[in-house]
Write a protein that binds this ligand. Sequence first.
Ligand code: NAD
Ligand code: TYD
Length: 335
Amino acid sequence: MVAGGAGFIGSNFIHYMLEKYQDYKIINFDKLTYAGNLDNLKSIENNPAYTFEQGDITDLARLNEVIKKHGVTHLINFAAETHVDRSIHGGIKDFVMTNSLGVQMLLDAVRANEIERMVNVSTDEVYGALGLDEDRKFTENTPIMPNMPYAAAKAGGDLMCNAYWVTHKTPVIVTHCSNNYGPYQFPEKLIPFFIFKAMADEPVPVYGDGLNVRDWIHAIDHSSALDLLLHQGNNGEVYNIGVDNERNNLEITKMILSILGKPESLLTYVKDRPGHDRRYAIDSTKIMNLGWQAKYTRDKFAKGLQETVEWYLENKDWVEKIRSRMNEINQHIKG
Ligand code: NAD
Ligand code: TYD
C-alpha cells in the first residue's frame, strides 16, 4: 500500500514499481487534498495490478478496512502536507495532523495488521539548516532540529517511528531525502512553479538573494532508493537519500530560463521567506553502502532538468488542468 500515492513523488514511485515488478499489487491510499492528483496515474488507472482507495491516514478505521480488504503486506508513506510556505502562512494544524498524528495512525495499523514492513518517507529538512561556508552535510546522526513548521511536523512522525520500533519492535524504516524534481510535481514548488511562470512569460519570484542551496534529486532516483530500502533496509534504521547535487536557487532559475529560451529579465527578487533555511546537503554514504546508485548524478543534472522541463512542455493537458485549478485551490486554502 502506498499512502499519498496521488502526489508528486508517490505517483512517480507507483509508476516505477509497476514497471519493475509485474507481479506486485499496489493499493494507492490517498485523501486527495489539493496536492493529490489522479491525473498523475491516468496511464495505469485500468491496470489490474493497481487500485485506488480514497482515505485519510489519520482515520485508523479506514486504514484497517483497506489493509484487511487487500491483505496489505508492505506500506510506504508519502502522505503529507508538504509545502513550506503554506506551513508558514497558516493551516499549521493540517501539517501536524497528517505529518505527525497520521504517521502514528499508520504505525498502529502496521501493528494491528502485522504488516511486514513500513517505510516512512521523510525529508532532510528535519535536520534544520547548514551555513553556506560550513564544511559538512547532514548524516543520519545529525541532531533533529527543524526550523519550519512543515519540517517540525514531519520530525514528529519520524520520532514516533523510532519510538514504535524501540518500544514495540514495529518494523519501520525512516528516510530523509533532499529536494526532488521531475514530472507530476504540483506547481507551488520552486521548479514547476518557475517553469509554469516562465512558460507564461511571467516574472519568476526568487526569495531573498537567491543564494539558498538545495541538494536536488530526481524523483525516479528517490523511487529506486525507496525500492531498495523496502526490500533490503534494516528495520528501526534511518537512511539519508541524496545525490551530492548542491545548487543555489539562482543557478536553478537561470537553467530553467535558458532551457525554455526565456530572458533572464524574468528573474525577479522578492521578499525572503521568513526563517528561510540557508542550505541543505545530504551525506548518502549509508544507502550507497547497500548498493544504491542514482541514475541522475550531479553531472547528469542538466539532462534531468532538461527532460523535466520538456515533460511539462509536452504534457499540456496535465499542465492546463492544474493551472485552471490553481486559483480555486489558493482561494480555498486561504479561506
Ligand atoms: P505532495 O504534496 O505532492 O503529495 C502529498 C500527497 O499526500 C497528496 O496526494 C495528498 O493528497 C496526500 N495526502 C495529504 N494528506 C493526506 C492524508 N491525511 N491522508 C492521505 N493522503 C494524504 O508531496 P510530495 O512532494 O510527493 O512528497 C511526498 C513525501 O516525500 C512527503 O512525505 C514529503 O515530506 C517527502 N519529501 C518530499 C520532498 C520534495 O522535494 N517534494 C523531498 C523530501 C521528502
Ligand atoms: P521549495 O520548492 O518550496 O522547497 P523547500 O522549501 O522544501 O526547499 O523551495 C526551494 C527553494 O526555492 C527554497 O530555497 C525557497 C526557494 N523559492 C523561491 O525562491 N521562490 C519561490 O517562489 C519558491 C516556491 C521557492
